[in-house]
Design a protein around this ligand. Structure first.
Ligand SMILES: Cc1cc2nc3c(=O)[nH]c(=O)nc-3n(C[C@H](O)[C@H](O)[C@H](O)COP(=O)(O)OP(=O)(O)OC[C@H]3O[C@@H](n4cnc5c(N)ncnc54)[C@H](O)[C@@H]3O)c2cc1C
Length: 382
C-alpha cells in the first residue's frame, strides 16, 4: 500500500522516519517480522545518499579503529546473498548484486606499502585468524583478471573475496516493494517536522499537517538525523560529506571485479568515484574533483581514455564525527531509536536482519554499545 500526503495515516506500531538506505532496510526488517510499519520519507527535495551512492558492498578497510564495526560489516556481507535474493524477488528483477571479491588498486610502491600496513592493522585488531583481505602483486592481479588492461603504474591491489557490489537504485526499489509485500506502508512526500513524546508513544507531525501516532519511532533521516534526534533527547551528530561520481557510456566487459572508486555495472557503464569533501549541504560537482578522479581512473585503466562520460553528480554521505555508525535508543523517551551510518548499502542486510529485530524487541543488546553516539559526548569523554 502506498500513501500520499492526503491519506490519513493515524496509527502505526513503528514509524520509520527517512526512506533512504537505512530507514528502508529497517522498515523492511520490521515489516517482515510482523510489525505494523509506516515508512515516512521527505522525498525528492531531500538530500538522499541512497540515490547517489557507489553501490559497493564492502568489508575491507571497514572498522580501522573500531573492531565492532569491522565485525558488523563482515556480518552484513555474510547476510547479503540471502538478502539480495529477497530484494530481487520483491523488485521482480535482478538488483545487479555480485559477491565475487573486491579490489583496492595501489598505484606505486608507497600506496602498496601503506595499504599493506592498513590491512595488518585491521587484522591485528580482530581476534579471529582469517584476514579479511590480502595483498596481490601485479602478477597475481594479472592471473585473477587476465583480460583487464591495467596501467603500468598499478603495482598491486588488496583483495577481499567477500566484497561485492549492487545497483543501489534497484536495491531501493526492492526494499520498498518488500516493505509493501509484508504489509508495511510507504509514505513518500511525508517530511516529519515535529516529534512529541506522548503517553508512552510518539505523535509525529508532517509538513502537510497530517499527524501520526506511533508506539515506536526510528529516526533514520540521513543528514537530517541530528535535528530530529534532538526532539527525543538523543545527541546524534551527523554532518554532510560530499562525494562526486561520474559514469561512462556502456562498455564491453572490462573490469570483472569491483574496486574502490572504480566499478563496472552489470549494464556495462563504468562508475568512477569518489571524492571526500566538506562543503556542507552542496550536492554540486566540480571540474577539479572530476578531473582528479578521471586521472586516477585512467592510471588504473588507460583504455577508459576512449570512453565517453555520460553523467556526473554529487551526493552527501551522512557522516558521524569518527565515521562509524551510530545506533541508540533514547533513555529519556524509550521507544525512540536513531540509526545512521555512511555505508548504508553494505550494512543494509544486517540492518534488516539484526538491527530491526532488536528495535522490535525494544532493546539494543550489549553488542551495540560501541555504536552508541554517547561516545561523541565531550562530557562523557572528559
Ligand atoms: C558518493 C557516495 C558514495 C557512496 N558509496 C557507498 C558505497 O559504495 N557503499 C555503501 O555501503 N555506502 C555508500 N555510500 C553511503 C550510503 O549511500 C549511505 O550510507 C546511505 O545512503 C545512508 O542512508 P540513510 O538512510 O542514513 O540516508 P539517505 O540515504 O540519505 O536517506 C535519508 C532519507 O531521509 C529522508 N528525510 C530527511 N529528512 C526527513 C524528514 N524530516 N522526514 C522524513 N524523511 C526525511 C530523505 O528524504 C532521505 O530519503 C555512499 C554515499 C555517497 C554520497
Amino acid at each position: 500500500m502506498s500513501d500520499t500526503s492526503r491519506d490519513k495515516v493515524t496509527e502505526a506500531g513503528v514509524a520509520v522516519i527517512g526512506g533512504g538506505m537505512v530507514g528502508s532496510a529497517l522498515a523492511y526488517g520490521l515489516a517482515k517480522r510482523g510489525a505494523n510499519v509506516v515508512l515516512l520519507d521527505e522525498g525528492d527535495i531531500a538530500y538522499r545518499a541512497a540515490r547517489g551512492n557507489f553501490g559497493l558492498v564492502w568489508t575491507q578497510s571497514k572498522g580501522d579503529g573500531m573492531p565492532a564495526y569491522a565485525a558488523w560489516s563482515l556480518a552484513s556481507a555474510a547476510a547479503w546473498p540471502d538478502f539480495a535474493e529477497a530484494m530481487a524477488s520483491a523488485a521482480g528483477r535482478s538488483i545487479g548484486y555480485e559477491q565475487r571479491g573486491g579490489l583496492v588498486f595501489c598505484v606505486g610502491d608507497a600506496e602498496r606499502d601503506q595499504r599493506a600496513a592498513q590491512l595488518r592493522r585491521l587484522h591485528n585488531q580482530r581476534d579471529d585468524a582469517a584476514p579479511v583481505a590480502t595483498m596481490l602483486d601485479r602478477k597475481a592481479l594479472h592471473d585473477l583478471m587476465p583480460r583487464t588492461p591495467l596501467g603500468p603504474q598499478v603495482v598491486a591491489a588488496s583483495y577481499a573475496p567477500g566484497d561485492g557490489h549492487v545497483n543501489p537504485l534497484y536495491l531501493l526499489r526492492g526494499l520498498h516493494a518488500a516493505i509493501r509485500r509484508h504489509g508495511g506502508r510507504h509514505a513518500p512526500g511525508a517530511a516529519v517536522t515535529q516529534i512529541v513524546p506522548t503517553g508512552g508513544g510518539f505523535t509525529l507531525t508532517r509538513a502537510d499537517g497530517a499527524m501520526l501516532r506511533a508506539d515506536r519511532i526510528v529516526i533514520a533521516a540521513g543528514v537530517a538525523t541530528t535535528r530530529l534526534a534532538a526532539m527525543v533527547d538523543i545527541a546524534a551528530p551527523v554532518r554532510p560529506q560530499r562525494g562526486q561520481i561520474m559514469v561512462t557510456e556502456r562498455l564491453a566487459p572490462l573490469l570483472p571485479l569491483p574496486a574502490s572508486a572504480l566499478r563496472q555495472s552489470a549494464e556495462g557503464s563504468v562508475m568512477i568515484g569518489v571524492s571526500v569533501e566538506e562543503v556542507g549541504l552542496d550536492t554540486g560537482t566540480t571540474v577539479k574533483e572530476l578531473a582528479r578522479m578521471a586521472a586516477r581512473a585512467l592510471t588504473v585503466l588507460p583504455v577508459l581514455a576512449e570512453a565517453r562520460m555520460t553523467r556526473a553528480w554529487g551526493a552527501l554521505r551522512p557522516m558521524t564525527p569518527d565515521g562509524f555508525p551510530a545506533y541508540a535508543q533514547s533513555s529519556t523517551y524509550p521507544g525512540a531509536f536513531v540509526a545512521t551510518c555512511h555505508s548504508g548499502v553494505t550494512l543494509a542486510a544486517i540492518h534488516a536482519e539484526a538491527l530491526a529485530p532488536a528495535i522490535l524487541a525494544g532493546r539494543l543488546p550489549d553488542g551495540f554499545e560501541p555504536f552508541h553516539p554517547r561516545r561523541f559526548d565531550v562530557r562523557t569523554a572528559a
